[in-house]
Design a protein around this ligand. Structure first.
Ligand code: ZN
Length: 491
């Protein structure tokens, strides 16, 4: 048995001002065959990571292709996408004949000339491997689950948890189902329900925590192979953007349809109740400052300026408000400003300087913030953890402005691991208030520290107030932009 695996992934925010070029993949994740680290998967390379171990256990030959991932931003350039795609297709062609293909993709990648990069990859892979080869795909739930890709793959599995702490167990399931399909033990058949909506579904809070358990409760018996709830990625103006329910049964289409409709309708019934309150930043700050922080810092998340959703992470609204109000013992992290970090490294820890911070990428970044700063600490070439994965944050610098510490980085990234502070000798638990530029993934490492967590609205292309996005191409009606937007079984 011969199986090929590769990865090509990013999450494209079509409203982001930041272009994505080859360089952004090469400086984030670009492992050529055999180069992938043995000890940890990246966000979208878990199929390779898992299949390596399973190949030895289950006696198949694994052929490794390249793995590419770039930090979410605006559309990938056409030349970068086609270069990576064709590199992988060339490796796949050289590996023929194949019984199976395992692809780690994100699912919301848009490139110049391509609204559905994953559908395009699958179309070309299918043309090379033929109809009998079993193609399995692992996707982030923040994807556009197009009819094209569901039609071309044999089985697609999405992470269930948000924060995505289950990338490895979902890849294990994918490898298991692909192997069973190759051996003729099962025949996966898809059912797809379009919920007609977009929303935010953090699984660290209800009703989403229970819904994850509910999805799992149907899997593995009575012919149900897999249930993926596709959250959708709202920051992309592409036709099939939105929340969908994907069910695979073992050749029991009518039963799969009924389950997809049932679970999809449950999501429709939860409209307006899946997201925690999205407060204006000033209101979140009022509530955070009134919080008893004896057990740990209050945390305010800034989803609108989340680098993990394609934002610049250099908006200055929250920093400006904290300093203007004279807040003590607070920190903002991470703020992307390679130039300011460079200045801090030049003068070193303990120095004082007048620094211009943030507000550089576009009008959504607000005005730069100018202040007299004390450099608290600097560190070179740092990483942060996210579950078993590790991601680069570049060089770090922490400066103090009055009672506010600002952690800045050179490699644009959202707040994931505590290393943003600990790499600088700072203790995140020692603050009264942490303002974190992230939508939800910060919860894995910072949630356990927090006395309370607030989700706030500042400014940026990953705003959760979707009415701020100028959608032209998404299918309508779509709740909450349209009040009436029914769900429907579409496959
Ligand atoms: Zn995601």
């Amino acid at each position: 048995m011969r199986i090929f695996t590769a990865s090509i992934a990013t999450e494209t925010n079509t409203f982001s001002p930041i272009p994505t070029a080859m360089e952004n993949y090469l400086t984030c994740v670009a492992f050529r065959p055999g180069e992938h680290p043995a000890d940890q998967p990246t966000l979208c390379s878990a199929p390779l990571f898992v299949a390596r171990r399973r190949a030895t256990q289950e006696g198949f030959t694994l052929v490794e292709g390249s793995c590419f991932f770039a930090q979410p931003a605006g559309p990938t350039t056409r030349v970068a996408y086609e270069t990576m795609r064709d590199e992988i297709l060339g490796q796949l062609q050289a590996a023929l004949p194949l019984d199976g293909v395992l692809l780690g993709m994100h699912g919301a990648m848009v490139a110049g000339g391509y609204d559905d990069c994953e559908g395009d990859v699958l179309e070309r892979v299918r043309a090379l491997v033929g109809p009998k080869c079993v193609i399995g795909v692992e996707l982030d739930p923040h994807n556009h689950m197009t009819l094209k890709r569901v039609g071309l793959a044999d089985i697609i599995i999405c992470f269930k948890e948000y924060p995505h702490v289950d990338i490895v167990p979902r890849a294990e399931e994918l490898v298991t189902l692909v192997l069973k399909t190759i051996r003729g033990e099962i025949r996966p058949v898809a059912s797809l329900y379009d919920c007609g909506m977009i929303a935010f579904y953090p699984t660290t809070s209800e009703p989403n925590t229970s819904f994850v358990a509910r999805q799992k409760s149907f899997e593995g018996h009575d012919g149900v192979l897999s249930v993926s709830f596709v959250h959708g990625f709202p920051h992309a103006d592409v036709p099939e953007m939105g929340s969908r329910m994907l069910v695979y049964t073992d050749n029991a289409k009518a039963q799969g349809d009924a389950l997809a409709i049932r679970l999809g309708e449950e999501i429709v019934a939860l409209r307006g109740r899946t997201a925690p309150p999205n407060l204006d930043f000033v209101d979140a700050l009022d509530q955070a400052l009134a919080t008893d922080t004896a057990t740990g810092p209050a945390i305010i998340a800034e989803p609108a300026d989340n680098a993990g959703g394609g934002s610049a992470s250099d908006n200055t609204m929250s920093l400006r408000e904290l300093v203007a109000r004279g807040v003590e013992n607070a920190a903002v992290a991470p703020l992307w400003d390679p130039m300011a970090v460079g200045f801090c490294h030049a003068v070193g820890a303990g120095a004082r300087l007048r620094l211009r911070i943030g507000g550089k990428t576009s009008e959504l970044s607000g005005d730069p913030f100018d202040a007299d700063c004390e450099v608290l600490a600097v560190a070179k070439d740092c990483h942060q953890s996210f579950g078993e994965a590790k991601g680069p944050v570049g060089d770090l610098a922490a400066v103090r402005i009055g009672g506010v510490t600002v952690v800045m980085n050179t490699n644009r990234a959202q707040a994931l691991g505590r290393e943003l502070f600990t790499a600088l000798g700072l203790d995140p638990a020692s603050y009264r208030l942490l303002v974190l530029k992230s939508a939800q993934h910060f919860m894995a490492a910072y949630g356990p520290l927090a006395s309370r967590v607030f989700y706030s609205e500042t400014q940026g292309p990953s705003t959760q107030r979707y009415e701020k996005h100028s959608y032209d191409r998404i299918a309508r009606p779509k709740w909450p932009i349209d009040a009436e937007a029914p769900g429907a079984l579409i496959l």
